[in-house]
Structure formats: structure tokens, C-alpha cells
Design a protein around this ligand. Structure first.
Ligand code: ATP
Length: 306
């Protein structure tokens, strides 16, 4: 796919979600969340930094939050181009999308699940990302600030980086949508237009999008770090009590399903790598998929503190 096509697809997905008329509190609040993110991107970010000349990079690690933000970012990128093209003196059909790939940074921090690594590579192709991958150190986990310092050295035009952090993430509570990095970090603007999203918003939009999502979420993970500090979420363990699925409508009416809303009701998860299959063999089907969890307070309960 070309970047222009990927951006147009994301625009169509987003528009389609915004047009859903359902008596669902989750969908209504997600539509509100999308509108605010779009406002940040189109009215506050793209007017200060051009998304088309390398000033903005996107931080991406294949996680659900940055994937949601990537879909919205590409959607706004399409809209930004479309509006510019319409205002131009030349006919729209003679305008070509001015970017081939989206500048993206992935800090390969620690030993990563091959399923996630494969997913990052596959989606880099799908969304036309120009992926900078930091060098992983053999023994110790990479220091994030140092890794970004290295990135800025190689891409000195970078003025701002888009980050899919939310208020409910650790240290996320007091963050602002646009803010400068702390003094012990390399100097750039942090663009954080997803802060106000909660877990239900993330699952609702992502499942509706019908885009492939990282297979680890299908195995009970709700937040993914390195292999040594991430497990399926214990709150999703299948025991005596059933956990209800809150996103049945989104899954069965996912983007691209037919007009009657008929869809095979299968979530589009990426394949689990052979190594991870082995790793998970003990507890293969013992957990509900990640999207059964809607409580932000326990989203990271599967993360082991080092
Ligand atoms: P999940 O919580 O399910 O793992 P996520 O990885 O998108 O989803 P966080 O782990 O909360 O979310 O990280 C917040 C954001 O920080 C990401 O969305 C991404 O923009 C950025 N980020 C985190 N880790 C990395 C990394 N290793 N490389 C690049 N960006 C990262």
C-alpha cells in the first residue's frame, strides 16, 4: 500500500466510526475522544509543525495505544493534504501526496516478543512507516532518553514526536497534549493527543477498525513490554466466573463488513510466532483475550516490576 492509500483508508475508518448511531455509551464517548484528538492534531499540531516535511516523527512500538493514534494521525494527515489540495490552484487529480513514508521511531528496549517484533515490521509495511529501530544493548535495558538522543542526532530535523501515552498510564496523569521534554531528555516537543482516552475507547475503536492488531492481545495480554516483564493479565484468567464481552457490536459490524452487519466476528489478530507459541504452551487458552478487560486501573496487572 502507498502512504496516501493507507492515510485514506484510515480516514474512511475514522469517518465510518464517527457516523455510528448506536445507543452505546462507550461508542458515544469514543466518538467524543476521536473529535478531541482530531482537534489537537488538525487545529493545534499541524498548524505549528508540518506533518509533511520531517519535523514530526511518530513513536511506535506496535502497542494498541500507538496503533489507535497512528490510525487517527494518518486519517488527519489525509484530511490535511486533502484540504490543502482543494485550496490549491491546481485540480485535485493533479496533486500527488507529498510523502512516501511516515518517519517513525521504535526503541527496541529489551528482549521483545517475536510476535510483537513481527507485528511492528508487518505494520510498518502496511502503514508505510519509515522505521528507525534503535540498537538493543545485549545485557541492560536501553535508556529511553539516550535512545531518543541518538535518534535526534540522526534525524536533526525532528522538532516534535507523537506519543500514544494516556492519562491512566504510569506518570501520565499530569501530562499535557503538547509539551516540551524534561531537562534530562533531548530537546523536542512531545505531542500527546491521546491522553484523554480510556481503555474502553481504545478497544472500541481498534476492534471496529478491523485492522490487524498484535496477536499477543488475543492471548490475554493487555499491555505489552519485554518478554521478561510481561504476562497475560491475571484479571483475564478463565475461572469460574464469566467475563462479558463489551464490544460485540464493534466486532460484528467492523469496518468493511457488509451492509447487513454480517461479519465473521473474528478479531483480526496477527499470528503468534513459533517461539512465543512455545513460551505460551503452558497457559495457551487459559485467558480471555485482552479486549475483555475494560478497567484502566488493572490494565498493567500483567506487567512484572523489575
Ligand atoms: P500497550 O500499553 O498495550 O503496550 P502502547 O505500547 O501503545 O500499548 P504504552 O506502553 O503505554 O502504550 O506506551 C505509550 C506510548 O509511548 C506508545 O503508544 C508509544 O507512542 C510510546 N512508546 C512506548 N514504548 C515505546 C518504544 N519502545 N518505542 C517507541 N515508542 C514507544
Amino acid at each position: 500500500m502507498q502512504l496516501s492509500k493507507a492515510a485514506e483508508l484510515c480516514y474512511e475508518i475514522t469517518n465510518s466510526y464517527l457516523q455510528i448511531h448506536q445507543e452505546s455509551q462507550i461508542i458515544a464517548s469514543t466518538q467524543e475522544a476521536i473529535r478531541l484528538t482530531r482537534k489537537y492534531l488538525l487545529n493545534e499540531i499541524f498548524v505549528r509543525w508540518s506533518p509533511l516535511n520531517g519535523e514530526i516523527s511518530f513513536s511506535y512500538n506496535g502497542g494498541k495505544d500507538c496503533q489507535v493514534l497512528l490510525l487517527l494521525y494518518l486519517s488527519c494527515l489525509w484530511e490535511y493534504f486533502f484540504i490543502k489540495a482543494q485550496n490549491s490552484q491546481f485540480d485535485f487529480e493533479f496533486q500527488s501526496f507529498p510523502m512516501q513514508r511516515l518517519p517513525t521511531v521504535f526503541i527496541d528496549q529489551e528482549e521483545t516478543f517475536p510476535t510483537l517484533e513481527n507485528f511492528v515490521l508487518e505494520t510498518s509495511e502496511r502503514y508505510c512507516l519509515s522505521l528507525y529501530e534503535s540498537q538493543r544493548q545485549s545485557e541492560t535495558a536501553v535508556n529511553m532518553a539516550d535512545a531518543f538522543r541518538e535518534f535526534i542526532k540522526i534525524y536533526p530535523d525532528t522538532a516534535a514526536i507523537v506519543i500514544g501515552i494516556r492519562h491512566t498510564d504510569p506518570y501520565g496523569e499530569t501530562l499535557e497534549p503538547i509539551q516540551r521534554t524534561d531537562s534530562n531528555w533531548p530537546d523536542f516537543m512531545r505531542l500527546q493527543p491521546l491522553l484523554h482516552w480510556d481503555l474502553t475507547n481504545i478497544w472500541s475503536f481498534l476492534l471496529y477498525s478491523n485492522e490487524p492488531i498484535c496477536g499477543l492481545y488475543g492471548k490475554g495480554f493487555t499491555s505489552v513490554g519485554g518478554v521478561n516483564n510481561s504476562l497475560p493479565n491475571p484479571y483475564l484468567k478463565k475461572d469460574s466466573s464469566d467475563i462479558p464481552l463489551r464490544f460485540e457490536w464493534e466486532i460484528s459490524h467492523a469496518f468493511g463488513s457488509n451492509a447487513a452487519g454480517e461479519h465473521d466476528s473474528i478479531v483480526n489478530t496477527s499470528p503468534i510466532s513459533v517461539v512465543d507459541k512455545e513460551r505460551f504452551s503452558e497457559y495457551q487458552d487459559d485467558y480471555y483475550p485482552g479486549w475483555y478487560l475494560i478497567d484502566d486501573a488493572v490494565e498493567r496487572a500483567g506487567r512484572i516490576k523489575n
